[in-house]
Every structure is written in structure tokens, then in C-alpha cells.
Design a protein around this ligand. Sequence first.
Ligand code: ATP
Length: 292
Amino acid sequence: ANVFFRPIEKINAVIESYPKGIAGFRRYLEIMDTDPDIQDAPNARTVDSLSGEIRFDNVTFGYEKERPILDGISLSVRPGETVAFVGPSGAGKTTICSLLPRFYEVDAGSITVDGMDIRDLTLESLRKQIGIVQQDVFLFSGTIRENIAYGKLDATDGEIWEAAQRAHLSDVIQAMPEGMETVIGERGVKLSGGQKQRMAIARMFLKNPPILILDEATSALDTETELAIQKSLSELAVGRTTLVIAHRLATIKNADRIIVVSKDGIAEEGKHQDLVAAGGIYSRLHEAQFGS
Ligand code: ATP
């Protein structure tokens, strides 16, 4: 599940030595984010305002060439659709999602967004179209405002407050000693796990990407926080193509489609009720994880 985590680790190392100047910092991040082996094609195009249609066509990929993790998988996702990936640990759910922003390059087959091969797009513009919300929220030492604005560096005050509100964070911020200017992080106020997640959600409302990848938390939050976050996330997903690496029953049940990934590839696809009724892998997983 830590495919996304790798670039963040590098970022954390950089933070210490780069505390000032968020714009320069961001520029640095964009470089750090990029695997040196993965580069823009000579005639790469810039994309913006995708509708969010995604296709994987016969995609084969392995972290080591001899050991493919994905072996010829195909799938397509409609604009605005929410798809939940479920399946046993290690089946490749995170790997599938990490290929879309080109953190890794496919070995064979292709991935397209709105009909364009992702290898033909500039990395920067592709990644601008994709928002990732993961379990380990990356916050830096700075004010709440700076941390939210990280989603859109030129955001106005109004936009930042609106994002906070949509992430159900504005009450929390107003209750803080210095509101938006409160410093968080090592030398500042510590945020709870749930508040950190809502910071990540606020950033995404600001970034406003047509495609979202949600790496759902496996660690438990209290029920009330859990519900509040579920609510913010489902509001965030409205009108965006959303891929969820799903661990929670609520997300899975409400997904437009569930894709069951097993070691042999995509094993089942459909809505919750249909997959339960089919009595296959999903119904057994569901029973084992959540009871009947
Ligand atoms: P989980 O539910 O535990 O998050 P998953 O279905 O998301 O699992 P992946 O994280 O995609 O599974 O992992 C698929 C396989 O790829 C596993 O065998 C894993 O060990 C391997 N793997 C994942 N990331 C890497 C990596 N960076 N380098 C090498 N192998 C990796």
C-alpha cells in the first residue's frame, strides 16, 4: 500500500532544509516527485479539464521484470464514476492506482485518459488532473492556511475558507488560537488524525481535479470522525472520476462499481448486491471482513 508513500518520504527529507518560500518549495516537489526514469515524451502534450474517462488496456506491470504483479488487465471507468478496488492484501490494488499518475511505467499495454495515452501527456499536466488522498497525510510546519493552499498556491482567502468549509474544518479552525494563521506541525499545534485527513480533503477541494484516487485508511478513527470524513469524501467525489482503494464497507457499498482484484487479475466486477448474490470471491471477502 506504500507505493504512493515513496515520493513523500523524499519530500519529508527536503522539508527540513526548505522551510521558506512555498512557491520555490512546490517547484522542488514537482521535481522530487518524478522518478528520473519517467520523463515527458519529446512531443508531450499539455492537458487540462479532462472529463475523466480512464481505460487500462491489457496492462502488464511488475516492480521487477521477472515478476509481473499485473498481467494483462483491462478496465474502463466512465467520467464521474466511483469505482472501489477490493481484494486480498498484495493483489495489486495500489499498484493499479499508482500507474495512472505514472509513478511507474507499464511494461506492456496502455493507459488512456479521455482517449489519450498517458505517455503522450506532460507529467506535470497529467498529475494536475489527478488528486490523491492517502492515509498518511503530508503536512509541513507552517500555518493552516499554507497547508491548505498547498492544493492551489494562488488560492484567494475566500477559496481557502470555502475549501475548509467543504472539508468540515472551518469550526475547528475558528476554535484555534490564531485561526487560519495557527502554526501546525513540529513546533505548533498538533492535529488529530481526523483533522489531518480533512486538511487533505480541503486541499483537494482547492485543487479541484477531475480524477481522484482515494487510498482509504485502514487504521480506525472514532465513529463520529469516521462518519464526518466519509461525508466530506463523498462530497469531494461528486462529479469526479474516483478510484478508491477500499477497506471500508460504506465506501464499497455506495460505489457505482466494485472491482475485485485477485492475484490472477480482475476476478469480479459489479455492484455490491449483485456480487453478494453471485456468491463468488466478493461475497466470501465481504463475509469474512464485515460479517453478513
Ligand atoms: P494492500 O491491500 O495490502 O494495500 P494491494 O492490493 O494494494 O495490497 P499492492 O500494494 O499493489 O497490493 O502490492 C502488490 C504487490 O506488489 C505485492 O506483492 C507487493 O509486495 C508488491 N509491491 C508493492 N509495492 C512495491 C514496490 N515499491 N516495490 C516492489 N514490490 C512492490
